[in-house]
Design a protein around this ligand. Structure first.
Ligand SMILES: CC(C)(COP(=O)(O)OP(=O)(O)OC[C@H]1O[C@@H](n2cnc3c(N)ncnc32)[C@H](O)[C@@H]1OP(=O)(O)O)[C@@H](O)C(=O)NCCC(=O)NCCS
Length: 192
């Protein structure tokens, strides 16, 4: 699968089970490990038990999720730096409704990578996967993630009570919906 352009400095690499160099798993582990305190409140899989084997499993095991690593174009040695990850999960095939999730490593936040990566992943969902709607489920206290959703054109549609099970406990979540026509004005794909 072809990489997805994000900007001049980074791109989304579609994860293809078992087809990546072992060094990439080490880069992924490093990104998650150094960001653990930043990610853990929102991503229940990100615990102190996360290890290299978990990173390898993410890259090697088949998953129903379409997975993308956000990679820096600046590569040291053979493996590019992992800046974050994005996931698209089919919610309902008949309705062509997908879910979008993401994270950015802590030392790369605040530079617009979240919104640019999310926009590129959403564009991929609409143009390559044939999605007609994307849903983002975001904890009511996760303002940074809400800002990313809003920046790519998603609209807050409601609040689901006790919808997310976070390390802090069961939590209310806002539902954001993104339609193809709302993404377009917020973001256009990079030119050739
Ligand atoms: C949410 C996340 C992906 C944002 O990544 P990012 O690269 O910093 O995103 P951007 O730079 O594109 O934009 C971040 C926005 O959040 C805002 N923000 C950042 N930290 C914030 C905070 N603690 N409170 C409120 N807003 C915050 C920024 O100001 C910016 O909004 P603005 O453009 O209106 O100023 C990143 O913080 C992250 O990985 N968080 C942990 C995992 C997570 O929450 N994933 C989503 C689960 S639903």
């Amino acid at each position: 699968m072809e990489p997805v352009a994000v900007d001049g400095a980074c791109y989304l690499l579609p994860v293809e089970a078992g087809r990546h160099a072992p060094a990439l798993a080490a880069r992924l582990f490093d990104a998650v490990h150094q960001s653990q305190a930043h990610l853990a409140p929102w991503l229940p899989w990100c615990t102190s038990a996360y290890d290299l084997a978990a990173a390898q499993a993410y890259l090697e095991e088949p998953s129903p999720e379409r997975r993308f690593l956000l990679l820096s174009r600046e590569a040291e040695d053979a493996a590019p730096w992992v800046l974050g990850a994005f996931g698209l999960l089919l919610e309902d095939g008949h309705d062509r409704a997908w879910k979008l999730g993401y994270w950015i490593r802590e030392d790369a936040t605040g530079r617009g990578l979240g919104r640019r990566g999310a926009a590129a992943a959403a564009h991929y969902a609409f143009t390559v996967l044939g999605a007609l709607r994307l849903t983002l489920l975001i904890a009511v206290h996760n303002r940074a993630s809400q800002r990313v959703a809003e920046a790519i054109g998603a609209e807050r549609e409601g609040c689901l009570h006790q919808r997310l099970r976070l390390p802090s406990g069961q939590t209310d979540a806002y539902v954001y919906g993104l339609l193809p026509e709302a993404l377009a004005p917020a973001w256009g794909p990079p030119g050739p």
